[in-house]
Design a protein around this ligand. Structure first.
Ligand code: GLN
Length: 314
């Protein structure tokens, strides 16, 4: 069985490797300098077994794939009512860094930057001057949660974090827009700092596959057996990943792949088959939406060949 799966994964990775289209993110030097050829694929099945191919142990920054995890943490800590008052669950149909809110002044969903920065802000104390040690403590809790989902200790890429913080004019504009609407209850700089740090955590495709399988399993990490988030939260996270996880490419993705997913500009994609499977793919060349070209192609192959589409009727 194992060699059958391995053979199949080799087959689809060789097929997808030929596509050299897209471009690596270049808004910070650390991302511009990654090897564009990097390509890894991991699948974690419900008993915790991981099938991997290619650069599955190469670390890259999680970037926006952090958004569903911080959203899960905020829901677990604060509950739905409080989170939903501030952040919607509607697909935006817009770019990930769009400066937009709905008619109740809420970011449209937690998968775009506006929603993710606000989600991070909700983990901080409601004071205007948050001490740097407080951000450190909350970040430690956030890393502990992500690590529990991945089943191993994750760490920060300090160079990426430094560059994200130094060049984040657009994200600052988003945070201060939200602040001007009176929807940020904390220090906007502290919220941005926490957001930049969460984006700068290093993961591998093996980690993404385990994180995905943990969510697929209703919050139980299949490798450690630990319940790290509750079932209701996992269900909500899967829902917003389905409708909003691939930004303005979400409709295309749902039609052709049909799995809850989240991409990041670091080149990673996390895709999930509820109840069954977590998939992690890495390939840093991105399409115009900021989604990994080969990552999408790989998931499309997996979905078609294995009948993973959530509305598969065959
Ligand atoms: N750090 C990036 C940003 O905030 C993450 C964006 C992404 O992965 N789509 O702009």
């Amino acid at each position: 069985m194992t060699s059958l799966v391995d053979g199949y994964l080799s087959h689809i990775t060789s097929a997808c490797a030929a596509d050299l289209s897209g471009a690596v993110a270049d808004y910070i030097p650390e991302l511009a300098q990654v090897d564009p050829e990097g390509y890894g694929l991991s699948l974690c099945v419900h008993d915790g077994h991981i099938y991997s191919r290619g650069d599955s142990s190469v670390e890259f920054t999680i970037q926006s794939i952090s958004k569903p995890l911080t959203y899960a943490l905020a829901l677990s800590r604060l509950g739905y009512v409080q989170v939903d008052t501030k952040i919607g669950v509607e697909p935006s149909g817009e770019a990930f860094n769009e400066i937009s809110v709905d008619d109740r002044l809420r970011p449209k969903n937690p998968m775009i930057n506006a929603g993710a920065i606000l989600t991070a802000s909700m983990l901080l104390p409601p004071v205007r001057d948050v001490a740097p040690q407080t951000v450190d403590e909350i970040f430690d809790e956030l890393v502990a949660f992500y690590s529990a989902c991945a089943g191993r200790q994750l760490s920060l890429d300090p160079a990426v974090y430094g560059s994200e913080a130094a060049t984040g004019a657009r994200n600052r504009a988003i945070a201060y827009m939200l602040d001007s609407f009176g929807v940020i209850d904390t220090d906007p700089e502290a919220a941005l700092d926490l957001y930049y740090r969460q984006c700068s955590l290093r993961v591998t495709t093996d980690d993404l596959a385990v994180i995905g399988c943990t969510i697929a399993n209703g919050g139980v990490n299949p490798r450690t057996g630990r319940q790290v988030l509750n079932q209701e939260v996992a269900q909500r996270v899967l829902s917003v990943m389905t409708t909003c996880g691939m930004y303005d490419g979400a409709g295309d993705w749902v039609s052709s792949v049909g799995l809850p997913a989240k991409s990041g500009v670091g080149g990673g994609i996390l895709a999930i088959l509820p109840g069954q499977l977590g998939i992690g793919v890495y390939s840093p060349r991105l399409d115009r939406h900021g989604n990994s070209v080969r990552g999408i192609d790989t998931c499309r192959h997996l979905s078609t060949d294995l009948g993973l589409h959530m509305f598969n009727l065959t």
